[in-house]
Ligand binder design. Structure first.
Ligand SMILES: *[C@@H]1O[C@H](CO)[C@@H](O)[C@H](O)[C@H]1NC(C)=O
Ligand SMILES: *[C@@H]1O[C@H](CO)[C@@H](O)[C@H](O)[C@H]1NC(C)=O
Length: 766
């Protein structure tokens, strides 16, 4: 069995056309003379801090690849010396000084100029470190920042070079800068490839032009290129290339028009793509694209399945807030589960960085008159309300300018509510919206555009915006959220509301829901209600059209059942189907539901707001998710996905010698009629370059609401398949034609160069 291409013509052509050299681009070459990086490579003893009592010295070092940071306990001599490492690509940022809860807790012991924090992508916790001198701390802070910057600004070619360079270093065990056949065989296993020995030797011999019995880095690059040669891409290239060597401008244009369905822009785009992706200067001068350039383009973001223009902020942001889906988190303060989990400011930072625009704060009376945030009546740890607000102030607008809604779950006494109001005003200042944007009583909510840079408080309010009179407090304070949550039945049902706090609420006044009829007659646009997932589900099923209409004017917030103490999530799609804006999920919990949330909000510049389709913005809409064919302009589409191949799929089992049996499943989420899944068969023993070449077909009735999820799993006959990677995107963001899907880990972080290659066609159903 041989899983890689054996076409000698292809391998020959690769050798002939090689213009891909390693020297000028690997990360390390660019930065190895940097003084900070030199310190990192020499290594430093840093104190790793996990808590006030857990502070241990570790020896940290940047490896020769310029990418891997490795550390171990300095004196762990005999016995178990545990060595750990991580890649710079996993690091999102470096914070300087006492900028984490852990470092703040030891602030008196270690001065700020020795302390720094490495923040990782995804859900991985921070690494808090203390250096022995200011110089050393600075070397690591500046050095890591430089390396992060370098990895983020690498182009496709550099990325690929880096990837090859990494593999070479990993496999070159004796560090002689050469790799013999035995090492190469080992490397193939590491790369998730099971290969016929004869064929591997054949490629090895072809690459070993000096006949020395080993490969140097240049030769290894050739070997790698032959190994990763893509037969299916080669065929497509051949179909459009006149001479089989290159694509002339008009040939590329023809490809873009007929296969990639790019229409009129094809001519201009062909020129742009050649300029951007063709590595050979001489081909570029001729206005031609070689096979290398063609592959670079197909593997780039532009050649990906996601429409590039939809990644950018491209939607109308001047409509009322109720016309948008808003990325929203539930129990934002929790990093883990709801019974004994850890409450942390980091959880707010992580959610906000993920584009979340509605955070939740559960407030309780604290000692010393300072309100605290935690999951009431549980063993979750507590954090100070004022610290949460300071964190919000600092991080609210780092990834998006659009407004943040602060959803208050208020369990405090009037006295501490007043303290909360003071903190909100003092810490947030102008950022907190406390007056009407135009001084007028609103007939509809203001827009995200008008509210840019503002934090809106969602809480109970005494009276409405119309009356400034005092009202009795009684019917304002029975909290349907608390009762429906099933969490707080022993709380006094009626407590008083602080006037100061109430005055800070403008457009997001929490009210009890009295039915759609009541809302139609009496509902105000600035009044919003919360629904448990089961209540919302029931309403969606029984009165879908009413719910959609209600959500054109007022906002609704959906929250997970109180029984989900493991912080699991419900399917948000059912709530989006009826136009609910604030569909709050436990951001701390990875899985399908968060994949859908990340997928929906990946469009529109990841700004946390997505404009609902037009049939969900008109107050007299008759749309019902249960009957999508009743909609005006109903036009179902046929989606056909030819799953062609996979590239360098991640290993699920790190055990050496274990090779995966991958399959691809495509899942559609949308209105009930659109829910569907189809999968390919599995390919035995090949996670490196499996070829499926299977077509999966779907009919989509409401494309505007559909999400498409691609999942790769390791087939297991005896038990559940193992998850390998996924990518989810809105149907409306799909690009037709030959496309790569860049896979994400369970945590939602990129795992380059793992990808799928598909051929997508979308047509009207006739
Ligand atoms: C993939 O399938 C198509 C249509 O079924 C066929 O024409 C083509 O030769 C197949 N390609 C490979 C590499 O098997
Ligand atoms: C890709 O899809 C298009 C449109 O359905 C089809 O014409 C083409 O043959 C497909 N490519 C391959 C390699 O099967």
């Amino acid at each position: 069995y041989d899983c890689i291409n054996q076409n000698p013509d292809v391998a020959e052509s690769v050798l002939r056309n090689h213009m891909w050299t390693i020297e000028d681009s690997a990360v390390i070459i660019c930065i190895q003379d940097d003084p900070h990086v030199k310190v990192m490579m020499a290594g430093s003893t840093l104190r790793k801090v996990k808590s006030r009592s857990w502070k241990k010295q570790r020896h940290f070092r940047l490896l020769e690849d310029g990418m891997t940071i490795w550390y171990k306990s300095r004196w762990a001599g005999r016995g178990h010396s545990t060595c750990e490492y991580f890649s710079i690509t996993e690091v999102e940022a470096v914070r300087e000084g006492h900028q984490s809860e852990v470092l703040l807790s030891i602030a008196e012991e270690f001065p700020a100029d020795l302390c720094f924090t490495l923040v990782f992508h995804g859900r991985q916790g921070n690494l808090d470190l203390v250096a022995e001198s200011t110089e050393e701390a600075q070397a690591w802070i500046q050095g890591v920042r430089k390396l992060i910057h370098k990895t983020q600004t690498m182009d496709e070619k550099e990325r690929l070079d880096q990837w090859v360079w990494d593999w070479f270093n990993k496999a070159d065990k004796n560090k002689d800068g050469k790799m013999n056949f035995k090492e190469v065989r080992k490397l193939l296993k590491m790369m998730n490839v099971e290969m016929n020995e004869e064929h591997a030797l054949h490629l090895f011999t072809m690459a070993d032009k000096s006949e020395s019995g080993s490969l140097e880095i240049e030769q290894f690059v050739h070997f790698y290129k032959m190994l990763t040669q893509r037969d299916e891409v080669w065929k497509v290239f051949q179909d459009f290339s006149g001479d089989g060597e290159k694509l002339m401008l008009e040939e590329l244009e023809n490809f873009l028009r007929t296969e990639q369905q790019e229409g009129e822009q094809s001519a201009q785009h062909a020129q742009e793509l050649t300029d951007r992706y063709e590595p050979s200067e001489s081909a570029k001068k001729q206005g031609a694209m070689t096979f290398d350039g063609f592959q670079m383009y197909l593997c780039s973001q532009e050649g990906s399945i996601f429409k590039p223009e939809h990644r950018q902020l491209h939607q109308d942001m001047s409509q009322p807030l109720s016309h948008y889906f808003i990325s929203s988190s539930h129990n934002t303060y929790l990093l883990e589960n709801q019974l004994r989990g850890h409450s942390s400011l980091e959880a707010y930072i992580k959610a906000l960085k993920r584009g979340c625009r509605c955070v939740e704060v559960d407030c309780w009376d604290g000692s010393d008159g300072e309100p605290v945030v935690y999951h009431g009546h549980t063993l979750t740890s507590k954090i100070l309300f004022k610290d949460v607000i300071s964190t919000l102030k600092e991080y609210a607008f780092k990834v998006s300018d659009f407004p943040v809604i602060l959803s208050l779950e208020n369990h405090c006494s009037v006295e501490q509510q007043t303290v909360m109001a003071q903190h909100l005003s003092q810490i947030l200042g102008d950022t907190l919206l406390t007056t009407l944007v135009d001084g007028l009583i609103p007939q509809q909510l203001p827009s995200p555009q008008e509210l840019k840079g503002k934090i809106l408080l969602k809480a109970k309010k005494i009276g409405g915006l119309e009356v400034c009179l005092d009202e009795t407090l009684t019917d304002e304070v029975s909290d349907e959220e608390e009762m429906a949550n099933g969490e707080c039945s022993d709380d006094p049902p009626k407590s008083k509301l602080s006037r100061e706090l109430s005055d800070l609420v403008v457009y997001c006044k929490s009210v009890h829901f009295h039915g759609f009829e009541h809302a139609r007659l009496h509902g105000k646009c600035y009044e919003m209600s919360s629904f448990s997932e089961s209540k919302a589900k029931k309403l969606a099923k029984e009165a879908g059209t009413d719910f959609v209409q209600y959500n054109t004017k007022q906002m609704s917030r959906i929250y997970p059942s109180g029984l989900r103490t493991d912080s699991s999530n419900y399917n948000p799609q059912e709530m989006w189907n009826v136009g609910c804006q604030i569909v709050a999920l436990n951001f701390q919990t990875a899985g399908l539901e968060m994949d859908l949330n990340d997928g929906l909000f990946r469009q529109n510049g990841c700004c946390g707001y997505v404009l609902k389709p037009d049939f969900m913005r008109d107050g007299s809409t008759q749309f019902s998710p249960e009957k999508p064919d009743g909609k005006q302009g109903y036009k179902p589409l046929r989606l056909s996905i030819q799953v062609m191949s996979g590239q360098q799929l991640p290993k699920v089992n790190q055990k050496e010698g274990s090779i995966v049996d991958p399959l691809v499943r495509v899942e559609i989420y949308g209105v009930p009629q659109d829910q569907a899944r189809e999968e390919t068969s599995h390919i035995n023993n090949n996670g490196f370059n499996p070829v499926w070449n299977e077509t999966l077909n779907f009919v989509i009735h409401t494309p505007e609401l559909a999400l498409v999820r691609f999942v790769v799993e390791d087939y297991d006959k005896a038990s559940r398949n193992d998850f390998m990677g996924q990518f989810t995107l809105p149907f409306t963001c799909l690009q037709a034609g030959y496309r790569h899907i860049h896979l994400l880990s369970r945590d939602g972080t990129a795992i380059p160069p793992s990808s799928l290659f598909v051929n997508i066609s979308i047509s009207e159903l006739t």
